[in-house]
Design a protein around this ligand. Structure first.
Ligand SMILES: [Zn+2]
Length: 69
């Protein structure tokens, strides 16, 4: 039982998602990226919210939205 718990702990802490997804407003013209789709900064977005990877957002020189933690 203890061993199973330990194995689970090791698995849980070593698990990393392949990429972090972020949200941006529109496919171009966005200057900020958001971790949360429900972010306050995105509520004023008038075009559609686009899901992309954090790497891609940073590659587009987007910066983290000021409302994020
Ligand atoms: Zn935001």
């Amino acid at each position: 039982m203890k061993y199973t718990l330990l194995l689970f702990f090791v698995f849980a802490t070593s698990f990393r998602p392949p990429q972090t997804n972020v949200y941006i407003c529109g496919s171009n013209g966005a200057k900020k990226y958001h971790y949360k789709e429900t972010c306050r900064g995105l509520s004023s977005c008038r075009s559609e919210t686009v899901k992309t990877s954090l790497k891609q957002a940073q590659g587009l020189r987007l910066t983290l939205c000021g409302w994020e933690d």
